[in-house]
Write a protein that binds this ligand. Structure first.
Ligand SMILES: [Zn+2]
Ligand SMILES: [Zn+2]
Length: 241
């Protein structure tokens, strides 16, 4: 868990970023890449140039805004590994726009590596030699469809899912089904539009078929609420499956 905070640095936490990889700590895949993620990766000892794939749940800055920094860092640090970004419909355009806003000219410069963008189709698997990811459309306004993601490693030994940001939808049950770990937004104690609150999640908790649910994307009010009975994420948390 590279970043477990909300968009605004709740509790001093980094924005959403989940690193996937083997036990030796060399992450090859990120799930979401918030604006703070390059800093968080460096702080936690990950090599950004080793990231091959970034899976994006939705096009809010705290979930995809770190991509321009990741791409430019690769350019300046002589990255040669291609980078694949898999995100909602519109990701290719939004990424180019974000790069041009932050670093004019950066979206069209020639590099030693390719940045390939693949856009999700609801419940259509995307596979690499390392894993298969399936997006489940959820309910969160972000200028494009938003998704929960389920990722299963290539030999089928580990299955993890992440809710992204969303208000309640039964699609979360499908995304989490049969997983070892389900990382779930626990944004606030009380309901707030387009997000998942602890009360609503508690009502549905017994319906989830997952071995372990861990709350993330906690706001300051959630962090100061009674979280007994919940497992919560923190920056730097390592989960072995
Ligand atoms: Zn968010
Ligand atoms: Zn969001």
């Amino acid at each position: 868990m590279v970043g477990s905070g909300d968009a605004f640095g709740s509790g001093g936490r980094f924005q959403t970023c989940i690193a996937l990889g083997p036990d030796d700590g060399n992450a090859h895949t990120l799930v979401d890449c918030g604006a703070t993620s390059l800093v968080a990766l460096r702080e936690q000892g990950f090599d950004p140039n080793a990231i091959e794939t970034v899976l994006i749940t939705h096009l809010h800055g705290d979930h995809f805004g770190g991509l321009p920094f990741l791409v430019l860092d690769g350019q300046f640090r002589r990255r040669t590994t291609d980078l694949t970004v898999v995100g909602p419909p519109g990701t290719e355009r939004r990424l180019a726009e974000a790069m041009e806003v932050f670093f004019p000219g950066s979206s069209t410069v020639r590099r030693r590596f390719e940045v390939r963008v693949v856009e999700h189709r609801d419940r259509a698997p995307f596979s690499t030699e390392r894993f298969t990811a399936v997006p489940f459309e959820v309910r969160h306004a972000s200028g494009a469809p938003a998704y929960a993601l389920r990722v299963q490693d290539a030999d089928g030994a580990a299955r993890v899912a992440y809710s992204g940001d969303t208000e309640w939808t039964d699609a979360l049950l499908a995304a989490a089904e049969g997983t070892d770990v389900f990382l779930c937004e626990g944004y606030t104690p009380a309901p707030v539009r387009w997000h998942l609150d602890l009360g609503t999640l508690g009502e549905h908790r017994d319906r989830f078929d997952t071995r372990r649910m861990i709350l993330t994307h906690l706001s300051p009010t959630a962090l100061s609420a009674d979280l007994s009975g919940w497992e919560t994420a923190h920056d730097g948390l390592v989960v072995r499956v």
